[in-house]
Design a protein around this ligand. Structure first.
Ligand SMILES: CC(C)(COP(=O)(O)OP(=O)(O)OC[C@H]1O[C@@H](n2cnc3c(N)ncnc32)[C@H](O)[C@@H]1OP(=O)(O)O)[C@@H](O)C(=O)NCCC(=O)NCCS
Length: 194
């Protein structure tokens, strides 16, 4: 099997965690994702045009995900089958990648963000053979910073005017995890919110 074919197969394979299924978008996901992204608390820390919306729109039109540089996933809660958000891993130069994620406001505080970041990191390192993975976080996004720390990422750089959310470009921080860095232990299995 060629590398390209192998990557295409990886792109459509769901990732399973204890409580979540990260799977390619399907017809029917778009409306749920639009509702999630419209919430002001989510919009404040999300790109102006999240790539996940475009991926969900393509799935809505019956098109399968075939790209090999962008891996876009719906984040689904096993127990309910509900789409809780989206996440992505975008390949960069030199066996690097960048992750991103967003969850609907009502799904915050259960550890799903951390579970998602860990799953993306494992996918990048183990399935795609990446050497390092980055994430960019707005300076005022303490919750996401905490997610990255718990998922084994460390502070790497201050990025001036790099924030990707709506409004003026804000300063951001880049976090990095290199291969074989352990994360911060088992995922919390909270059922109550913090
Ligand atoms: C970032 C996001 C995915 C986090 O999801 P989540 O499921 O709530 O995250 P988790 O529950 O795994 O972890 C959140 C952590 O932040 C902590 N936290 C919550 N509010 C906080 C605050 N104001 N300051 C610092 N830490 C905070 C929580 O206590 C928890 O840490 P703990 O387990 O050590 O107690 C979610 O808030 C989101 O989708 N936000 C909008 C989009 C976004 O910011 N995407 C990331 C862009 S880089």
């Amino acid at each position: 099997m060629s590398t390209r074919t192998a990557q295409a197969r990886i792109a459509i394979a769901p990732l399973r965690t204890t409580r979540l299924l990260l799977r390619p978008f399907q017809p029917g996901d778009l409306e749920q994702l639009q509702r999630i992204v419209e919430h002001p608390s989510v919009r404040a820390f999300s790109p102006v045009e999240p790539r996940a919306l475009a991926a969900a729109a393509r799935a809505q039109g019956g098109r399968k995900q075939r790209q090999t540089a962008h891996y876009e996933f719906a984040v689904v809660v096993h127990r309910t089958g509900q789409v809780a958000g989206s996440c992505e891993l975008v390949l960069g130069p030199g066996k690097s990648g960048e992750i991103g994620y967003l969850l609907g406001r009502r799904h915050w505080g259960y550890g799903y963000g951390t579970e998602t970041a860990r799953a993306l990191a494992a996918f990048g390192f183990e399935a795609l053979g990446l050497r390092q993975i980055h994430a960019t976080v707005s300076l005022d996004n303490s919750r996401s910073r905490r997610v990255l720390q718990k998922a084994g990422f460390s502070w790497d750089a201050l990025l001036r005017r790099a924030g990707r959310s709506a409004g003026p470009a804000l300063d951001a921080e880049r976090y990095i995890r290199v291969r074989d860095t352990p994360d911060r232990g088992a995922c919390p299995k909270r059922t109550t919110r913090r």
